[in-house]
Design a binder for this molecule. Sequence first.
Ligand code: PMP
Length: 410
Amino acid sequence: AGRLDTEKIRLDFPILQRVLRSGSQLVYLDSAATTQKPLQVLDAERDFYLQHNAAVHRGAHQLAEEATEAYEAARESIAAFIGAREDEVVFTKNATEGINLVAYALGNGGRIKAGDKIVVTEMEHHANLVPWQELARRTGAKLEWFPLTDDGRLDLETIDDLLTDDTALVALTHQSNVLGTLNPVGLIAERAHQVGALVLVDAAQSVPHRPVDVSRLGVDFLAFSGHKMLGPSGIGVLWGRQELLADLPPFLTGGSMIEIVTMEHSTYLPPPQRFEAGVPMTAQAVGLGAAVEYLNALGMERVMQHESELTAKALELLGQIPGVRIVGPPELRDRGATVAFTVDGIHPHDVGQVLDEHGVAVRVGHHCARPIVQRYQIPATTRASFYVYNTTDEVEALADGVRAAQKFFG
Ligand code: PMP
């Protein structure tokens, strides 16, 4: 398959050349929060506004036609990228909105009702937890969850108790944004379907990093964000099985999603239009289409391999530093390119500050998954995350920075 040419890739990301206040060049290890954008994505958005800008799906003029074509071509690229049909790809603002869309539609459509069980996991990002808490509150459904093992995996021993005839939905993350854990989504989906439950996957940390094919994954809904995969902010994707989407009522209502409107009532277009009320995030969709083409050119197998090498290096180098504790599964094959850790005796915010002085950008805190830090009784963690433009030298800079923090605070 060959390897990624990071030196060449980095030329597409001018921001990586920035020299910061500290005098250090940027070492960007925060791609799990948001990724940097290549020139190809920025150019695609700019070209859209410079040459083709118009409101899509309306207007009898040439620009409206071109804008619609560009928007739908992006949908086509993204559908192919995840192995989906085009009419199964709904553009949203981000993963959060996609998950909320499903939560509202399932509740309003009566698919989830009082007494039903909604099953999540203890490692969810708040985006895949709070919408289900709210749905449970609105409908009278019960919320239950897979607990975690000490080494950061789902405790599957509880599966028979969790997946029962009254389970209506299982919502889980494909890859944890804190622990890095890759979850056995296919296996859980199979068991969930046996009891008639629907399965939603939060793919915000998987679709950007590894090949994901919804035609083989065996789930019902999947949500992700463009800004975590080289695309612009303000655009995300909800994928859903055609027959399920066709059965769901809309989330937001208004223009662009209706068929016939009278003063008394309205009928709605089929998916995906039913779920895209108003003028959509057109340039952002075009930008995400360009991001997907960029990733296709790199090859997702190679992207995954590259990140795996960086993760191995990080586990090795951080593992050699006394006092550093890595959270999540110890085995490389069970995790993605996210390494969160604590340093004995030093608060994560202080670690982050020393790293920042070395130009190393990481995230510190609970990473929007507060139940995880409660589960492991740690105040917070420092999280490094890797992507296509990162190098092993940058992983070394991370380890050097952690040692400098120990020297400074020790
Ligand atoms: N789920 C996971 C696993 C995430 O890592 C994130 C972003 N940190 C989200 C959901 C939410 O993504 P967004 O804020 O783009 O909606």
